[in-house]
Design a protein around this ligand. Structure first.
Ligand code: 5RP
Length: 221
């Protein structure tokens, strides 16, 4: 089975999982990326079953509006029932590494604000320990070199993601070679460096529900 078919299967399983929870007042949180794009496309078909969505990126907002989903600002959302998003890696404790698409800051804000984070992946994203995928760190532009030096002190090899400005007007350093054996600790350590907006470790607010699609079928963990 092709990876994209697995992404679609995980997204469809998320629709089946959230549909019974929806009511006309529900606000659904929506992530960013190719797996989430399949979720958005399927969400359009059930748009009459919930009120609106909050979105983690300009790209997802445009796609949601294309399928007829009303998108509101998070500031106007008293409650986000469920947030559905992909990941670049996820480990057995459901901590994830995210931000390959550069939307990590808004993703992390909505994850923190939601009642339930449903992470949807194909099985190639499941790892024993995070860190083979380079860790994205969103940085205020003037702090780029300073933050890079601090990340080297932490054992990483930061690479500037050339040409990318985030939806928040910042830059991204992709950090290779980190040993992420204590995701909670490293998440807060990196976030505490002055000039860092967010890093792509989602451990403090990890997935509540993990939907994994493989050639054998879909599992909900
Ligand atoms: C975007 C993300 C994505 O969820 C992550 O990169 C996975 O993307 P895809 O579903 O395209 O494999 O964190 O910032």
């Amino acid at each position: 089975m092709k990876t994209d078919d697995l992404k679609k299967a995980a997204a469809q399983a998320a629709i089946t999982y959230i549909e019974p929870k929806l009511n006309p007042e529900t606000i659904v949180g929506v992530g960013t990326g190719s797996t989430t794009n399949h979720f958005i496309d399927a969400l359009g078909a059930i748009r009459h079953k919930f009120d609106s969505a909050v979105s983690s990126s300009v790209a997802s907002t445009a796609r949601l509006e294309d399928v007829g989903v009303h998108v509101i600002d998070l500031n106007a959302a008293p409650r986000v029932l469920v947030y559905v998003d992909g990941a670049d890696e996820v480990e057995p404790g459901k901590a994830a590494l995210k931000g390959g698409g550069g939307a990590l800051t808004r993703e992390k804000i909505i994850v923190a604000a939601c009642d339930e984070f449903v992470c949807i992946v194909d099985d190639s994203k499941c790892v024993d320990q995070l860190g083979s995928f380079p860790l994205p760190v969103e940085v205020i532009p003037m702090a780029r070199s300073f933050v890079a030096r601090r990340l080297v002190e932490l054992g990483g090899d930061p690479v500037y993601r050339d040409g990318l400005i985030t939806d928040n007007g910042n830059v991204i350093l992709d950090v290779h070679g980190l040993t992420i054996d204590a995701p909670d600790t490293l998440e807060s350590e990196i976030s505490n460096i002055a000039g860092v907006v967010t890093n792509g470790i989602f451990a403090a607010n990890r997935a509540d529900t993990l939907i994994v699609a493989s050639a054998e079928g879909v599992s909900i963990r």
